[in-house]
Design a protein around this ligand. Structure first.
Ligand SMILES: [Zn+2]
Length: 492
């Protein structure tokens, strides 16, 4: 009876939202963004691709630009940078068949149809510098064309392939965020998701040599057909900060609607497929009610050969095939779905402030269980486990290291993966639980609604988050957050 009442309540809240306000108009919001058009010819026998990007870039800054800079993340999967891709303790898991490396090359680069030099920056040539030939004034657009080719490593990561899936994320040149007079050229780290990007629109055509390959991707699948002897699948995605694909000839798909969102689950060998799909549907519904609508038409949950639990991209999440228990699997689906709000819609610099999206996503996962009592985890169970795990971590590490830095810092400032995980996720949960107890459930949820409403479709900073909570509770929370983030809080 209790279960029924809670489900019914969520249902009523969901219907109420649809009836009282319209969803955001993506076409309208996406008009003044840059447009990425990518054509990718994928060779599944060599796990390699020839590709080109046509970018219609808009200078949305107030500065005049003479050049553009792009991240080339595949450069980090080459031989000389492996220690930045995974920590040494994870090498065997990431490369089950032995170390393997990518190839990545940039071919022709043109600006406005005119050839320009291919210029690199960054320690690993991980930044492509493109001379715009003419000064680009604020609000003006430039047309950039980049040919590139790559091979994927046999690596169970974002950019790589495993036994079951080909993971094509972070595979194309993406413009570095321009702020405070320069482009953000942050590199890579085995900790966290070292990315930072702006919203844009994507139109992607994938040509494949195999008719059996099924693709999951960001946005709507607009077309699957045979063209010039190749099997072609196209995607269109608007108002998203990245584009990712997963391909497999083993995929089966189950699908269900969460309101007007089509939720799809791409999987291989899963006897609980419908239950796992339902976790995604429940997560989309719950977080839409709690924080604000998910305005996109699709959401894909994709079982993937992936070294960590899961990974978020706009409209698409990767869930690791290595997760053994269904409770853990659903927990990861819920966590990655919460990232659609914290990372995908409310963006942030994940390299410098990984806690800003990760801690909130982890705590949102806990909030999910408050509204879905038919799941096997509860709010207090997770908070209690987080507290005992965190205190154990601190005592063990303090014994080993003497002085332990527990501040929540940039991904490259952690000495080890456990430090990153405990300081960002586990301590993050304790920080939000403390705030929840301090200001109360109603103000806490109102603060998150404000944070979402005021920062969606942009990049937020820690101050934006603090201001949102301060608005509802009327108290100064600067000291509260700084003592947690800077590592001054002692947890017993
Ligand atoms: Zn996460």
């Amino acid at each position: 009876m209790k279960k029924f009442l809670i489900v019914f309540l969520v249902f009523i809240i969901g219907i109420g939202c649809v009836a009282c306000k319209k969803k955001d108009d993506i076409s309208d919001l996406s008009k003044d963004l840059s447009n990425y058009e990518i054509v990718l010819d994928l060779d599944t026998t060599t796990f390699s691709a020839q590709a080109n990007l046509t970018l219609d870039y808009i200078n949305s800054s107030a500065d005049e630009l003479s050049e553009l800079k792009f991240h080339l993340y595949p450069q980090f999967f080459k031989e000389n940078a492996t220690d930045l891709v995974v920590s040494s303790t994870k090498l065997n898991d990431a490369y089950p068949n032995g170390l393997d490396y990518s190839m990545f090359e940039v071919g022709r680069v043109q600006v406005g149809g005119q050839d320009v030099a291919v210029e690199y920056a960054g320690e690993y040539s991980d930044i492509l510098v493109v001379d715009l030939i003419n000064i680009l004034l604020p609000s003006e657009r430039a047309q950039i064309y980049i040919e590139f080719s790559f091979s994927l490593p046999n690596c169970e990561h974002r950019f790589g392939y495993g036994e079951n899936t080909i993971n094509l994320a972070n595979f194309y040149p993406i413009v570095c965020v321009y702020e405070n007079g320069s482009f953000d050229e942050s590199g890579y780290s085995p900790n966290g998701d070292p990315f930072y990007s702006e919203l844009a629109n994507y139109s992607v055509i994938v040509n494949m040599d195999s008719k059996d390959l099924i693709l999951a991707g960001t946005g709507e699948k607009t077309n699957t057909r045979k063209s010039d002897g190749k099997y072609q699948t196209s995607f269109s995605a608007k108002l998203v900060r990245d584009f990712a694909l997963v391909a497999s000839d083993k995929f089966e798909i189950v699908s269900k609607r969460a309101g007007d969102v089509k939720v799809e689950y791409y999987y291989f060998s899963d006897e609980n497929a419908n239950e796992h799909l339902q976790a995604g549907v429940d997560a989309i519904s719950t977080f839409s009610s709690l924080f604000g609508d998910y305005p996109y038409s699709t959401f894909s949950i994709v079982k993937t050969d992936f070294i960590y639990g899961g990974m978020e991209y706009p409209n698409l999440v990767m869930i690791s095939a290595d997760i053994e228990s269904s409770v853990d699997y659903k927990n990861v689906i819920i966590h990655e779905t919460a990232h659609q709000w914290w990372y995908a819609m409310v963006g942030n610099d994940e390299y410098t402030y990984p806690w800003l999206d990760e801690a909130l996503t982890e705590y949102s996962t806990i909030l999910f269980y408050d509204f879905n009592s038919d799941y096997d985890l509860t709010h207090s169970q997770i908070v209690d486990a987080s507290k005992s795990n965190y205190t154990l971590f601190v005592s063990v590490y303090q014994d080993v290291l003497g002085d332990l830095d527990t501040s929540m810092r940039a991904v490259d400032e952690y000495d080890s993966e456990p430090e990153y995980t405990y300081c960002t996720y586990v301590k993050g949960v304790l920080m939000y639980e403390s705030l929840y107890q301090l200001i109360g459930k109603d103000d806490f949820l109102s603060g998150l609604k404000i944070y979402f409403q005021e920062n969606k479709y942009s990049n937020a900073t820690p101050n934006d988050l603090i201001n949102s909570f301060e608005k509802v509770c009327g108290s100064d929370l600067e000291n509260f957050f700084s003592s947690w983030v800077n590592g001054k809080v002692v947890i017993r």
